[in-house]
Design a protein around this ligand. Sequence first.
Ligand SMILES: Cc1ncc(COP(=O)(O)O)c(C=O)c1O
Length: 390
Amino acid sequence: MKFAKVCGRLEGLGSEKWAIHLEGRKRAASGESLIFLSIGEPDAPPPTAVLDMVNDRMRAGRTRYAAGRGEPEVLNALARLYTERTGRTVSTRQFIFLPGTQTALFAAMLSLVDEGDEVLMADPYYATYEGVIAAAGGVTVPVRVDPDHGFHLKASDLEKAITPRSRVLLMNTPSNPTGAVFTRSEIEKIGKLCDKHDLWIVSDEVYATLTYGNTVFASPFDVAEFEKRTVVVSSISKSHAMPGFRCGWIAASEEFCDHAAPVTETMLFGSQPFLEDATAFAIDNHFPEIDAMKQSYERRARALVAGLKQSRTVSARMPEGGMFVMVDVRKTGLSGEDFARRLLAEEAVVTMPGESFGAGGAGHLRVALTVDEDEISEACKRIARLAERL
Ligand SMILES: Cc1ncc(COP(=O)(O)O)c(C=O)c1O
């Protein structure tokens, strides 16, 4: 049978990236005890009050079809959130409620990219980016970032990669996998470059609330002169430990939303009203569990960085944000892939090789901060032990 080209473009894309994680899962299923540091799934439960809200709203009959771009309650909550964040009036027509950041990314790419258009992004990058770009027929253009420069994207490197086919800069701050957070001054330089070359900026901000130490989150959407060319994609998956609820959104100009809404409505015909209400409630309120979760990620990251100080060959830098730490294994002489394989085989620790996130992740492991500090410390001992044996 004949299938459309998009199926071919996406076939097998990325499945090899998860090989070590899947191998770990198989071993765990057959009874082996392993430390899993491979997946970015929050280990904390969602705030109880939000769960109660979902229940209440379902029972109150909020189970019918929703308005295509989102119900007024959630659009108002988003408008309040972004108005406060940007210091400008952001209208309810500047949002589309969608099932998670991933869907928002897909809708953004489909609305901006034609076949052969180039999408630039910092390398290493989040594992699904190649897929969403390929789905739209676009061409991925990775721009290497330097681990020794904290994995920060330099405007000069970005400019070198721009061609007449460049259409979008896909950025992610805080970054998965690197933990880098763009500074306001980096955003201004990069935004000006996008202005000069008339590029859209798709800004994946799913980790926006998770920044550590003195790091301050910054977004091109918050800079008035870049608002019109910026499409923010985000959700409550990480901020509220609710990935399974699939509650996310696009924040952009009215013009962008007017063009993208037919794309999303064709696909979804709206979302679940009870989940939209719960998202509004989550955004509008403050939950002590969420503060505790954020503090625990920061403590775990510090424990990991401190735990690896015992090693002469492997090291880690404190992430500026997000849920991951990059562990530098370059001095061992092994690739991230080979180190991660041996770490699983010999020390029962499951990590993601940096190479799974692009060539820019070479010689690193990505470690998720989703286990407690004791397990992190134990994992550090095992990582250091393997490194010293090599
Ligand atoms: C950078 C990044 N973007 C998007 C997503 C998907 O988020 P969501 O659950 O909101 O679809 C993830 C999930 O891990 C992520 O790390």
